[in-house]
Structures are given as C-alpha cells and as structure tokens.
Ligand binder design. Structure first.
Ligand code: EPU
Length: 432
C-alpha cells in the first residue's frame, strides 16, 4: 500500500497539464463493445479505473492495448456476455457495459455493483430504462441477467429523487442505439461526459440528437463502425488543481483544460477571492489570494458538481469566516470532515451540509482517504498545512488522478509517494 507524505506551506507555481476525463473515458470504453470492429481511443488517462475497465473488456472477449495515452480495443469473441462480480464490484462505472452488451450482443449477465462509501447509489433507473426498452431481465444471485433481443424504441423518463443519472443516461443511450425505432430519454443527464459519449457514438454511425440537454433522441440504426475518439479534459482534475493554486496562494496555469465545463465551480472559486482567468481556449490561470467564505449547494450539471465539494471544503476550512457546503446529490458524502478536523479544521455536519468555521491554519497529521475526491481533498489540505501530512489509502487517488504527486511536485509541492505497511488497526483487531 502507498501513502503520500506532504510537507505543507509551499506556494505552487507553474503549469499543470490536465489529463483526459475519467468519467468520460469509462463509458466510452464500454461503448467499444457495440461493434465488431477495432476502436482507437486517445488522450486516455493512465488510471487504475481505466485499467480495470480494460480488464472487463478482456473478460468480454476483446483484445486491448494501452500505450502512451492511446487505447485500442479489438473484439474477437462476441459470445462472451458476462461481467463478473470480482471486477464490477471494484468500480461502479463498469455497470455501463450492460447497455452496450444488450445493444449489440443482445444478451448480458452483469453483476450489480453494490454499495459505496459516498452513498447507497442504486441502479434502479438503469433497470427502469432497459425494461422500458423491452428488455426482459431477472435479478439472479447478485447479477442482472437480461435478454435484449426484443428491444424497441420508446419514451423513457429517467429522473429520480436526486434528479438525472449520469451513467444511467449513458447506459440507456447505448442500449437504444441499436434498438428498433426511436427512443426519447426525458430528464436525461446533460453532463459534458454524456455529450462526449454521444459524439463518439455518432462518429461510429449512431443517430443521437440533443445530448447535452435534458432530452435525448436516439434513432435506432443497424450497426456501428469502430471508433476513433479523443477524450475531453477531466473537469474534476481541473477543479482539484485550481483549488491547489488557491489553497497554497499559488499561481497555476492549467493547460489542456476546458473552462466552459465548470462554470458554477469557477463562480464559487472567484467568490472565495481566488483570481480565475481563461487565458487561451485551453488554458486557465488560477491565482490564490485571501480566502473568503462562501456557501455551496451541489446540483446536477451545470450546477456546482458534487465531485468538487470535498476539495472546496478543504479550501473553505482556511477561510476567514463561516461557509456552508450542502450536497443534494450524495447527502452522506462527508467522510472527509473527521479527517480535516484532525488537521485542526473546525467543521460540523448537519443533515446534508458541512458547516465550516474557517481557521487560520491547518496542522499536518496522519489522515486517511475514504473515496477518490475526499482523498484528493486531504492532499490539498496537506499542501497548505503547517508541517508534515501523511495521506493514507492513496489508491483512491490513483483511481482518478494521473500521477498526482508528480504533477504537484513539478509545480513546487513537496510531496512523495512512500510505502505504507500498516500494522493491523485496533478496530480491525477488535472486529476479528
Ligand atoms: N441514482 C438513483 N438511481 C439510479 C442512479 C442514480 O437514485 O439508478 C441517484 C444517485 O444515488 C445519486 C444521483 O441519482 O443521488 C446521481 O447519481 P448518478 O447516477 O448521476 O451518479 P453516477 O452516474 O453513478 C457519476 C460519476 C460520479 C459523480 C456522479 C454525480 C462516473 C463514472 N461517476 O456517477 O463521479 O459523483 O455522476 O455527478 O461518471 C467521482 O468521479 O468521484 C464520482 C463519484
């Protein structure tokens, strides 16, 4: 196991190149199952989640290569239709192979993904969607076993209590591409990652209209060609390094980035006193200043993203006043609070909000990540803290940030990856 050792208090100055988007590339890779031709995907970040998705594609009869940011996927055995629990349970996004398998191979046996530390995260909307398309399925020993041979275009409402679903929209959009007739997805997720997936599918021969809005029309086609697609920059990596500039009072230029995909985030970051400037079509300059408090409520796109609330909580823990961060998408996504408080932050959870009373400084401590964004947020807190911070469980970071410690070190951070061999924790001994 690895940990990061961070010596805080260094201003970060320089350029960071943003990698391809994790949340776009995962469904994109699943979509390569919708053809028997070879697909090429470019600007692919080297992440453990990506490598896991490639393993799933191999389990599903594809040969894959991954070389310097370019993935090729060559399907050779179209009879394989089972995605196993061992792989799917490690990453929820892998449930996105369901739509492609039903669409092209007409059969699927995909493990249900199960719970997750940021919330219950059900897949009922995905299942409602395939049922509306005429798929017969059973839930059998933790698997969805489904027959897609009778799929028929229809009008589907994909809204849930928390609004639209990103991977649910991707899954149903992919399922509908090769179905008979036209499908309309109402209350579709308008996230840029869904729009990117539609662009890729259209380049393969699909007929998808309206992706990026709440209503997507999919006219069924007979077959798709192989894809050649370049993944967009990662919005959440951009937001995380923008906060790194703000929290260290630094001056970072984020290259290969896309300003327009994070409008609500930039507005909030500016409210804290951080200067944000789009200096070229793919370059954003972020300069830290004083840190003012602000209130944040997460919403589906284009609202403030839930994935950026943990990094912002680290920043606001050093603001000169009280901030409130409310998560309407994942009301329990606040495991970070206890760890930040160990570093001297003053944060209280109330229902689905964190009440953050800004303090003058944080002090380095040993802390533990609980999920991808919370772990990244602890690294950010460590960059600003006095003394040394050890962030444990950085395998969470490796799921979604390409070479985080190298990118940060290049702009002046004192951060190192080190081996971590924990003795068994007291709670584990007691539970044993
Ligand atoms: N929901 C349901 N039923 C469903 C699906 C979702 O009730 O069938 C609920 C969820 O519980 C949640 C809300 O709807 O309250 C939104 O969930 P959504 O389905 O949109 O989330 P997701 O597709 O599973 C993606 C990202 C997450 C990100 C969320 C919200 C990927 C691979 N994952 O998850 O990213 O937090 O959208 O924007 O795209 C991350 O990158 O750290 C991450 C967790």
């Amino acid at each position: 196991m690895h940990k990061f050792v961070v010596e805080g208090g260094k201003e970060l100055i320089g350029e960071i190149r943003i990698s391809g988007s994790k949340n776009e590339v995962l469904p994109i890779l699943a979509a390569t199952l919708m053809t028997d031709e070879r697909s090429i995907i470019r600007n692919v970040p080297n992440l453990s989640d990506v490598r896991l998705m490639l393993e799933i594609l191999e389990e599903l009869g594809c040969q894959t290569t991954f070389d310097r940011g370019t993935v090729t996927v060559t399907p050779y055995n179209l009879d394989r239709t089972q995605a196993s629990y061992e792989l799917v349970s490690q990453m929820r996004a892998s449930f996105c192979v369901l739509g492609p398998l039903l669409s092209f191979r007409k059969k699927a046996k995909v493990s249900l993904p199960g719970g997750c530390v940021i919330g219950v995260r059900p897949v009922d909307l995905h299942l409602r969607g395939i049922k509306a398309l005429g798929v017969n399925y059973d839930l059998d020993h933790g698997y969805v076993v489904a027959d897609g041979s009778q799929m028929q275009g229809t009008r589907i409402f994909l809204g849930g209590n928390s609004g639209s679903t990103v991977t649910g929209t991707a899954n149903i959009m992919m399922a509908a591409v090769l179905a008979n007739g036209t499908t309309y997805i109402e209350q579709a997720a308008p996230e840029p990652e869904v729009e990117g997936l539609a662009r890729m599918l259209n380049s393969m021969g699909a007929q998808i209209f309206g992706a990026g809005s709440h209503r997507i029309e999919i006219r069924g086609v007979d077959r798709l060609r192989g894809a050649d697609y370049t993944v967009q920059p990662d919005r959440m990596e951009t937001a995380t390094y923008a906060v790194a500039a703000a929290i260290t009072h630094g001056d970072l230029t984020l290259t290969n980035s896309k300003y327009e995909n994070l409008i609500a985030f930039w507005e909030k970051l500016k409210e804290t006193g951080t200067q944000v400037e789009q200096i070229a079509s793919d370059k954003i300059r972020v300069r830290g200043g004083e840190i003012n408090p602000t209130d944040i409520v997460t919403f589906a796109y284009p609202g403030f993203p839930t994935d950026a609330q943990a990094p912002m909580a680290s920043l606001l823990s050093l603001a000169n006043g009280i901030s409130i961060v409310t998560d309407t998408i994942y009301p329990d996504r606040f495991m970070l609070i206890a760890e930040l408080n160990r570093m001297g932050a003053d944060i209280r959870k109330q229902n689905n909000s964190a009440i953050i009373n800004g303090t003058k400084h944080l002090s380095g401590a040993q802390v533990m990540g609980s999920d991808l964004r919370a772990t990244a947020a602890l690294v950010l807190a460590g960059l600003a803290a006095k003394g040394e911070t050890e962030v444990h469980r950085v395998y969470h970071v490796d799921r979604g940030y390409e070479q985080m410690e190298l990118k940060l070190a290049k702009v002046g951070a004192r951060i190192e990856r080190a081996e971590y061999n924990p003795r068994r924790r007291k709670s584990d001994r007691e539970a044993a």
